[in-house]
Design a protein around this ligand. Sequence first.
Ligand code: FMN
Length: 169
Amino acid sequence: METAEAMQKRRSIRKYTDEPVSKEDLDFLMHCAMSGPSAVNRRPWDFYIVTDPKVLEELRKASRYTNIVSPCAIVVCGNLSRALPMQLSEFWVQDCSAATENILLGAVSIGLGTVWCGIHPQKNAVKKVSAALNLSTKQIPLNIIFVGHPDQVFEPRDQYEEKRIHWVE
Ligand SMILES: Cc1cc2nc3c(=O)[nH]c(=O)nc-3n(C[C@H](O)[C@H](O)[C@H](O)COP(=O)(O)O)c2cc1C
């Protein structure tokens, strides 16, 4: 699948079949994630791949917007012990967001569905996800990506808005 086609096909999927996501597909998604760019190539990320039903249930309770039933979830965390120093450390959010989008697009290309559910900077949700995964204080969960075989279908969508573009020539 062409990358541009995957971009337009990608939609947030909030209903999944029971079919598990294969280890091979999850490996592929991790390769997609880690080929993303990061500031000074620090790659300050950790990925938790969760299929344990009890932990998935805890993740669902992270916030009122994360109650999504799927056979798998990937939690993308920034690891501050590998982030850049001082105020540059905040680049971890952009680094992990790039990895996240790569996972979303990679998933589309192999017929999987995903939904990106934001965790950081919601303090309460960060606390709940950190507890569910036993994270260290250096690890900050940026999001939960619920992953699975889609049980709903959306048409590809183009949200192009010319007025948002500012040409400086
Ligand atoms: C930073 C971020 C946080 C999001 N958090 C949630 C969330 O907590 N729960 C949810 O169901 N969707 C969440 N979404 C998905 C958005 O609601 C969705 O991308 C948006 O409505 C556009 O729809 P689409 O993804 O189908 O194009 C989030 C998306 C982003 C980028």
